[in-house]
Write a protein that binds this ligand. Structure first.
Ligand code: ATP
Length: 708
């Protein structure tokens, strides 16, 4: 508080008391005393101040404000200068053509002729027009003769200098006449050959392609951030879209852009540039010279590694540009889906290979394909089964029960550990390698997971009758939710990625997805996640010949260099002998480290299972049948939604009518009687567009069920 404030407090107290009882009073301080620290003055260097001032000047062009832009401007100027003779020549040629067209129109008296034609008096005016045409031809001839004579006389009198000067002036006039005006790209040749690669030389071709693909408007243009450069076996370019246009839309409509650039969409990689150097409208494109997946596949780099750390992302494949894509596995889970013979088992084995080469990793391998593909893993796996009989399904069920108990035990033990060893309720690399803690990274690999999930062997879980498939679904869902943080990784591969086979609850908690070729966009969405096709990721569009190529939607960050939602990857090729080699190496590593256990060590693999504890943990058997008391058709709708709703919030009426095989009008009436009213909503279609359909909000249906 300063002196003036003190003054004010004194005077106000005097005013309240009145003038009669004037008495000297001590000042009243109604404030907090704070120590006044001087503001630190940080001197800004003169150079920085100048740079700031320079950059804030509105009239200085942006190319003079940063070194990168200046370099770009210098490059652009050099290219413009080098190209200028060619552009000038083209402008002159266009000028000559324009002049010729004008002259032809004049000499044939076209305007007069057309006017006569319009009033149907051409016959009357014919002689007149003919005479005028003849006269104009004569004028033309006289002008040519006069020009030629003038040229000869000038050449004789003054040499060729003035002739050159005249030619230059005429060419300049013609170039001006033939100049490209904004918005009129000129006549486009109909048979000009392929547009491919034209854009690498002339950015205008790229702008036209964006316009043709309707990614920018007719009057909008692109800004070239980086000129087209050779990167790998293709061309890369970075552009800025006009304000308000989004890079995400370009990714979504990649196919239209590929068509406009006349390349197969598999050759065109479009990414949004994120982070410091990017923004929502900056697009980086790479166009491969040819099908990047037509070449022979690469062997996995794991072959060159004597061992691998399971905590390091596993080398999984390469993208079209040849950039390596690594797949983090610990703390997440992986779902691989594809139609048969597309490389599902190969991809799953790649993920498993990284874990096999770590001696401190425990493996559970269940091969329901019952073939040779996984045989080699028998030598390293703690638990191993290969078969598709109900007895195998029941064995898997027991494993899962064992794993649920294991995960619960791990969390219990983690609670008792000090903060330094276990800072969060999560497994750490040090914990996973400490034999005294007995918490190694554990991977559960199930190939053809649809086999156990669809199994109908009846099982009784704490008095509740259910199928083995249902119980396995519940156990897997619990594990996918809870186990990754405790170091238990789920790697599931399925040939049938439809919503009936893989329960939506399970799919929703599987962090990493890899979709090789599937039958249609719905199946692709089931593997990759709802509406991924509308975001430009649809694995049904991959070619059958592209074995091992799929769309990877990672859980965390992959090493792609670009921060994309998903990326198309060609997995490394690891044929049977390489796989066996890896498994043998994994066994040798375990033998050295003394970590070979279970099936691989020839130990007794009888399981100690506490079913009751597991049932309590996952809550199975305790749920009352949810749809038992519901009236129809609501009960069937709820049953359908439980298996098919995924993470959707809306279900079209047509889909329900189809699935439940009911009469649409009666169905609508019954639903509305039960309190579920339908409404219109836009839903995505196969081609990426949206369509308005009638249907029900799933939340509304659930609310009615609750009420009932
Ligand atoms: N990365 C790859 N590069 C080239 N070819 C591959 C690649 N991955 C797999 N393939 C080829 O694809 C074929 C099928 O692979 P795989 O056995 O993994 O298919 P799948 O989807 O598991 O089939 P199924 O569903 O019948 O079990 C393999 O024989 C292999 O030759």
């Amino acid at each position: 508080m300063n002196g003036d404030d003190q003054e004010f407090v004194n005077t106000s107290s005097l005013m309240q008391r009145g003038p009669s009882d004037l008495e000297a009073a001590d000042p009243v301080f109604d404030a907090e005393l704070v120590e006044e620290l001087p503001h630190p003055v940080v001197p800004i260097p003169l150079r920085r101040r100048f740079v700031r001032w320079w950059r804030s000047l509105p009239r200085v062009p942006s190319s003079l404000k940063s070194r990168e832009l200046l370099t770009q401007a210098a490059k652009d100027t050099t290219v413009a200068v080098l190209r200028s003779p060619w552009r000038y020549l083209r402008a002159v040629i266009r000028g000559v053509l324009a002049a010729f067209r004008w002259w032809r129109k004049w000499v044939t008296v076209r305007d007069y002729r057309e006017a006569a034609e319009e009033v149907q008096k051409l016959a009357d005016r014919f002689t007149e027009i003919r005479e005028l045409t003849l006269f104009r031809w004569k004028v033309t001839g006289a002008a040519i003769v006069a020009l030629a004579m003038a040229a000869v006389v000038t050449a004789v009198l003054y040499g060729s200098g003035p002739l050159w000067a005249a030619a230059f002036v005429s060419s300049a006039v013609l170039a001006w006449l033939g100049r490209r005006k904004d918005g009129s790209p000129g006549r486009k040749p109909t048979l000009a050959g392929a547009r491919t690669l034209g854009w690498t030389i002339d950015p205008q071709v790229l702008v036209d392609a964006f316009r043709d693909a309707k990614l920018i408007g007719k009057d909008e243009t692109l800004r070239l951030v980086e000129r087209a450069t050779r990167v790998g076996d293709g061309w890369a370019v970075t552009v800025d879209l006009p304000a308000t246009r989004k890079a995400a839309d370009v990714i979504k409509h990649r196919e239209a852009l590929a068509s406009a650039l006349a390349v197969d969409e598999i050759q065109l990689i479009v990414e949004r540039v994120r982070g410091n150097g990017g923004h929502a409208g900056r697009v980086s494109m790479w166009v491969a010279d040819e099908d990047p997946y037509a070449t022979s596949p690469q062997r996995t780099p794991l072959l060159g590694a004597s061992h691998w750390d399971a905590w390091r992302p596993v080398p999984f494949g390469v993208d079209a540009r040849g950039r390596r894509i690594d797949l983090p596995l610990v703390w997440t889970s992986l779902l691989v889906g594809a139609i048969p013979r597309q490389g599902k088992t190969f991809a799953t084995r790649l993920a498993a290979a990284g874990l096999i080469l770590d001696a401190h990793t425990r493996l559970y391998v269940a091969d329901f394909k019952a073939g040779k593909d996984w045989m080699a893993a028998e030598h390293v796996a703690h638990r191993f089964l290969s078969g598709d009989e109900p007895s195998d399904v029941l064995t898997l069920k027991d494993w899962l029960v064992e794993l649920v108990a294991e995960v619960q035990g791990r969390y219990r033990r983690m609670r008792e550990l000090d903060d330094e060893t276990c800072p969060e309720s999560k497994l750490t690399p040090a914990m996973s390698r400490d034999p005294s803690l007995d918490m190694p990274v554990t991977a559960l690999v199930i190939d053809e997971v649809q086999v156990p999930l669809e199994d109908r062997t009846p099982v009784e879980v704490q008095g509740r009758k259910m199928t083995a498939g249902e119980y396995i679904g519940e156990l897997l869902t619990w594990l996918a939710k809870k186990a990754p943080a405790a170091g238990v990784v789920l790697i599931l591969a399925t040939q049938r990625p439809d919503s009936k086979t893989i329960p939506s609850g399970l799919r929703a908690v599987l962090g990493t997805r890899f979709a090789l070729r599937v039958m249609d966009w719905r199946d692709s969405n089931i593997v990759l996640g709802e509406q991924m096709n509308t975001r430009g990721y649809d694995s049904s569009r991959l070619l059958p010949s592209h074995k091992g190529v799929g769309i990877l939607r990672p859980d965390g960050e992959t090493d792609t260099g670009a921060d994309a939602v998903a990326v198309t990857v060609r997995t490394y090729y690891m044929p049977g002998d390489d796989w066996q080699e890896i498994c043998h190496r994994g066994r040798a590593l375990r033998e050295n480290a003394g970590t070979l256990t279970g099936h691989a060590a020839g130990e007794d693999t009888t399981l100690s299972i506490d079913h009751a504890a597991v049932v309590k943990a996952i809550g199975a058997g305790s749920d009352p049948e949810p749809t038992a008391d519901l009236p129809e058709p609501l009960a069937s709708v709820v049953e359908y939604l439980d298996t098919h709703a995924d993470d959707r919030d809306f279900v079209p009426t047509a889909e329900l009518v189809d699935a439940l095989d009911v009469e649409p009008n009666a169905f609508g009436r019954q639903m509305s009687d039960l309190g579920c009213s339908s409404q219109r909503k836009r839903v995505p279609t196969e081609d990426g567009a949206t369509r308005q359909v009638r249907g029900y909000l799933i939340a509304d249906i659930r609310a009615v069920v609750e009420e009932l």
